[in-house]
Design a protein around this ligand. Structure first.
Ligand code: PLP
Length: 378
């Protein structure tokens, strides 16, 4: 298994050989090795992976026989959920592809649209999965630093788009929680070379507050056959452990991605729980409200301490720790809290996934025990 340190070499483009020699799962778990113990009562508080601290919706927990049909292959259930999503999103069934988490969707897009000759363009920092899959197949990766307001620097990305097979855009962006303005995204997509695809990762879509300069490219589509939108059941729906995500795109793009897929990577249990989640809009509303309240409270606590945080539209916040982030991460580990990994080049910024109120009390207690933060609780 590679270490956290060697992963970042890979992420920085210096370790392609290391990336190829270990599995993707190894590499992702190497980022947060301790989360294997997370379900133990005495285990650490997990504010490190942008999960939903409240768990699945009550209607999912109440499913009377979750193992019904577990003896059958899930083909019919895959089609049924794809159809349900297609109806909900006003698209055709052949415009929806399910995956083993949206991480699989990212992998399929990288495999379908990039190659050693057709690079991947992505921001720095952003969610790293696309890069890891690209390196595994020898695709060169162009990193474009975020703009000073933490939006995607679309002009700089455009300048890199020559010979790009795929541009990965994460909106809201992980790890910053920031948005890129809808109009700018639209204009960017239309100005790309005519054979370059775009993967718009909307994993944190549900958390965007009303009034933000944001519209999902699923809910408000544009006419472009090279745009793929990825969503997940891991965040707002709280079933990250069940691994279910999906893509919405033009039929031809879906076919190209499907060709790369294992075809039975989604399991019956996940499909059943996702279906129950979609059938529970009240729980969805509650989850959105709860996250907004938790995020507001987090910002209040930062203000009390005269800290600066990047305004977040997601279920995590990036905080300027004013200290080397590795030192801060180690401090929290000593207090039995796991927080986000380092995200170069922001090496004094800490990504904190929002936990339950008691978990956040523990977070701020540990924060206040940090040496040399020069912050004062008002
Ligand atoms: N996309 C983004 C932006 C993420 O932050 C994450 C996970 O943190 C994922 C995708 C992976 O989600 P999934 O659990 O659906 O594979």
């Amino acid at each position: 298994m590679i270490t956290r340190r060697s992963f970042f070499k890979v992420a920085a483009g210096a370790g392609a050989a290391a990336a190829i020699s270990s599995s993707l799962t190894d590499r992702i778990f190497a980022l947060e090795p301790r989360r294997w113990n997370s379900t133990q009562p005495s285990g650490p508080i997990l504010l490190n992976s942008n999960e939903n601290a409240y768990g699945p919706f009550p209607s999912v927990l109440a499913i009377s026989n979750p193992f019904q049909d577990a003896n059958r292959y899930p083909f019919h259930s895959v089609d049924a959920l794809a159809h349900k999503l297609a109806v909900a999103k006003s698209v055709r069934d052949d415009q929806v592809l399910l995956g083993c988490g949206s991480t699989e969707i990212i992998k399929l897009a990288v495999n379908a649209f990039t190659s050693p000759q057709r690079k991947l363009v992505m921001a720095a920092p952003t969610f790293e999965a696309a890069e890891m899959h690209a390196r595994a197949v020898g695709t060169p990766v162009a990193h474009v630093p975020l703009a000073p307001d933490y939006s995607h620097d679309l002009e700089a990305m455009l300048a890199q788009a020559h010979n790009a097979g795929l541009v990965y855009l994460c909106n809201p962006n992980n790890p910053t929680g920031s948005l890129t303005a809808r109009k700018q995204l639209e204009s960017f997509i239309t100005r790309l070379p005519s054979d370059t695809y775009v993967l718009m990762d909307e994993a944190y879509h549900d958390f965007v507050p009303p009034g933000a300069d944001y519209k999902s490219f699923i809910d408000a589509p544009i006419a472009n056959d090279r745009l793929i939108v990825a969503r997940t059941f891991s965040k707002i729906y709280g079933i990250a452990g069940l691994r279910l995500g999906y893509a919405v795109a033009a039929p031809d793009a879906i076919t190209k991605m499907q060709t790369q897929s294992q075809s039975d990577s989604v399991n019956a249990f996940a499909l059943r729980c996702a279906t129950a989640s979609l059938d529970d809009p009240a729980a969805h509303r509650l989850a959105v409200q709860r996250n907004a309240a938790d995020r507001d409270e987090f910002m209040r606590q930062t203000l009390r301490r005269n800290l600066t945080a990047i305004p977040s539209t997601a279920n995590f916040v990036m905080l300027d720790a004013r200290l080397p982030v590795k030192q801060v991460i180690a401090h929290f580990e000593q207090h039995n809290l796991l927080v986000g990994r380092p995200f170069p080049p922001y090496l004094s910024h800490l990504r904190v996934s929002l936990g339950t109120p008691p978990e956040m009390v523990a977070f701020w207690q540990a924060w206040d025990a940090l040496p040399q933060t020069n912050t004062k609780v008002n």
